[in-house]
Design a protein around this ligand. Sequence first.
Ligand code: GDP
Length: 426
Amino acid sequence: MIKAIVGANWGDEGKGKITDLLAESSDVVIRFQGGANAGHTIINDYGRFALHILPSGTFYPHITNIIGNGVAVDIEKFLSELESITSQGVPVPKIIISERAQILMPYHTLQDAYEEERLGGKAFGSTKSGIAPFYSDKYAKTGIQICDLYDDARLMDRLRRAVEVKNVLFAHLYHKPPLDVNALYETLVGYRERLRPYVGDAVLFVHNALKDGKTILLEGQLGSMKDPDLGIYPMTTSSHTLAGFGCIGAAVPPTAIKEVICVTKAYSSCVGSKTEPFVSELLGDAGDELRRRGGDKGEFGATTGRPRRVGWFDAIATKYGCMVQGATEVALTCLDVLGYLNEIPVCTGYEIDGKRITDFPVTPELMKAKPIFTVLPGWQCDIRGITSWDALPQAAKDYVAFLEAQIGVPIKIVSTGPKRHEILYR
Ligand code: GDP
């Protein structure tokens, strides 16, 4: 049985905590897309961790953690993240990196940085971790798979082909020094043995696990809005952030995904450049206050440390985000954050060219959208750590019920704090 945990919005919805929680009763956790360009925050008995590439089941010895074929594997970051958690007392986790996954190469990171530099003020606010060049190369068929690491002649051949193209680009478009194939080859060969204990046939493993009746979690990175097909293109990421892509990136059968848990926050937050459409954004002092109070340490990127833009809950974007994920239920996080407000606006419509719409539009329309708010009463008290629905103040219950009616998917989990036990089930 497979459950997918994915984001309804722009990422940072609190998927890490929900995955960590649900991982406990699972056998396998799989990352199926993206790379080390975003992070999950997990707070547990070992400490506070920002995981970028390791799956969220990393802290449980009973779980097999899979880095699926759909992931961009930055080997250096993988090894250093592993080293960093084990040095903090976490036992070495069970990990399988799919031998079909591709390697995020040092030149992908370089290309990302060069491209941002070239675009100057028109840049998309990339995290410069090489994700866009990585996926471009994958589809252009110049990528290098993990399995290529273990075949000398093939590795050199794959590298030569890739570098030939990169060097034309680097010299003539970016005016940067050329890449040295031999140095790259040596770097990759240096990873081989360190990586070997973790490399395996993840496809067969997953299918056997399903046959054996195991519970598998698919762990999504970022959220619906960042999907290159159904998100706010081109201010998206370069891999698919939708649960459906788990069928490719984690190699699971489409019919095996039984639950899609869509995570959304009780307010909105979004990283990325200022040019990105973010209709329900809250600016000025009120925005600063929400940013400061948000999450567990304020709304700042887990990977980049960048301040996140914040805003009110956007029911239009979230309804769409849940729809394209195929959400069977919603986990609402960070409800506790809103306890300081006496009134809470919720974006329940967009005004575009004088017309009110309630269905999420394409990007050029979205760029013109102005928010229409419905204002709900706040509960004005601290609800952090409440674990039963009945114990919530009426106004908080009404707020959750209102969001649920807006998005049309049952909100079954409500998170009332960053810690693992600060959660309630409806
Ligand atoms: P992810 O990428 O979706 O996993 O999201 P992040 O982990 O980057 O961001 C979510 C932030 O909110 C983290 O700092 C979490 O510790 C924090 N968080 C998660 N759930 C809650 C909650 O219910 N209340 C509060 N106050 N913080 C939460």
